[in-house]
Design a binder for this molecule. Sequence first.
Ligand SMILES: [Zn+2]
Length: 701
Amino acid sequence: MFGLSSPIRFSIAAIVLQAAGLCGVLASAQGASTAPPGTIPPKVPETPELRVFDPSLIDTTVDPCDNFYRFSCNGWFKRNPLPADQTSYGRFTELFELNRLHLRQILEEAAVPAAARSANEQKIGDEYASCMEVATVNKAGLTPLQPELDRISALQSAAGLPQLIGHLHVIGVNAFFGMGSGQDYADSSAVISFYGAGGLGLPERDYYTRMDAKSVELRQQYAAHVRKIFALAGEPDAQAASDAETVLAIETRLAKASLTMTEERDPQNLNHPTDVASFTKQLTHFSLADYVAAAHAPAAGKMDDMEPKFFAEFNALAADTPLNKIKTYLRWHLLHAYAGTSLPESFDRETWSFYAHILNGAEKQQERWKRCTSRVDDELGEALGQVYVARYFPPAEKQRTLEMTLAIEQAMDKDITALDWMSAETKVKAKEKLHAVMNKIGYPDNWRDYSKLEIVRGDALGNAMRTHQFDQARDLAKIGKPVDKGEWEMTPPTVNAYYGSQMNNVNFPAGYLQPPFFSGKEDDAANYGDMGSTIGHELTHGFDDEGRQFDKDGNLKNWWNADDERKFTDRADCMVKQYDAIEAVPGVHLNGKLTLGENLADLGGLWLAWLAWLEKADAAHLDMAAKTGGYTPDQRFWIAYAQQWCTQTRPEQLRTQAQSDPHAPDEYRTNTVLQDLPEFAKSFSCRKTAAMVIQKPCRVW
Ligand SMILES: [Zn+2]
């Protein structure tokens, strides 16, 4: 998923979603304001045409059999030096930034106060304007947040803690744990409540436990950041320093009781069905009844305790931690949750300094309009997305994407038939699951209703709080109702895609079905190599080490016989070892188990796109020797695949990514994947001794 791997928001859905491409790419940043919105909408600047297969990006001085990534991307690297406000910049960012310009145009237009605005236009326009009015935000200082700070200060005893945490969760504060709705693992047609680990300010739990010098230094820098935020909130420096130590100590304790990211990838580790009454009895030092009343969560019924070990530790912590320390911890998370565009620039800048600059290497803050545009997409994505889709996603492109998806699903059917390691019995089940996959393309059939959400012009912080309240209420209202399979977890302008394990569906937002990933103007070789491989990637997630544990209806139910399961695991282990061996930055290897699902999806997805494209080319009697831009159709297929991954990444971000991103860095998503597909080497007549040719390729699907 896009964005700083934000610990701010807890998402149950994120656990069962597997996204295509981009993680931790855009670190938040902010900067000087531009002309006030609602005056003159800026023109979208002319940008160079983005192409799916672009021969001008190729570096012919590099042997494609030696380093295909460099061969395909060097021209792009030369043309696109890493911008100072980005922590990595690639083709995904290129499209993301173009989409953001388009969204800005829509928002600037909607920000002009006019009686003719629709209800949704009023909301997106006023929210954008409120975010852009930095002088108003600065002038207000911490005043809009004061009632919430007072609420924490007023906590008199541990008995009041559950009610306070319940309230903080409603307004989007990541205090201690998360709670939300999700599909029951045993019965995907039922929506129940989920309680999961949370409460950390660093990207994930291992940041608190690693003992190497760099990790120790990062923790010191994190403590310094927390101290500065407390100081900005008015604490004397000595107190701010000691409060920062308190925060780090509490978070370290929570982190140690949490699952690792690798453990979280196995749904069996999160599947602990219980009911609210039993969970209430386990939390002997925390009144769940008071919590659910304040959080507006169900007071009874089935639920999932995703991490029992974590909640046991939380229960102990609630009993043995002095109240003033708990209040300090809550104050930090309240400030942290709103320290973006809702609080004065001093908070915003300090937050950028740690999360974007120190953790990910950004050199310059992003301009405020960029952040405000992304904020509205995040908060009101389907109101903004509705306008975006009408302007930038014609029905013909939706149709062509759907046809590609169906062709790739057919290719998978044939691929399953041809597998030499799977029994006939499991193949029947695999095909049942494949044929039950629901294809969602572009945008929702039914748009989200924002009529109950109030957006007030000039109240950036209040709008953020009301948006969290609205989202929380919408999320919890799903409990006990039939599952809405038409709902989307990504907004229409998003440059990404996902597979939903419990929905058994693939989702491709309109914002991604654009050049340089897909173009109605380019041929199938380019489109199948690029977007086709992504469609195959998402589909393969249904059959990766995580997705394969869910049946055709999205239930966590084993449909594999023991022998096939062992053969799958043996083949997958080949890839675990292959990626474990890659040293992404000096001293940091990739984590083969953490990245396994994505690596399986990359390899399987490209293979399926290749099979589907060959079939299409054959049916069309395509001349396989005819060159376009100097390359044959099959060569262009592979080049289009590689060119989607052209990305420059700062070393800081690469380190963060190697340690906490389930996706391998882009260079390996190109070269390592292609090394496992001997068909690639044939297209370029590579010698057996070439670097892109390996003796024992891995293959599962
Ligand atoms: Zn993926």
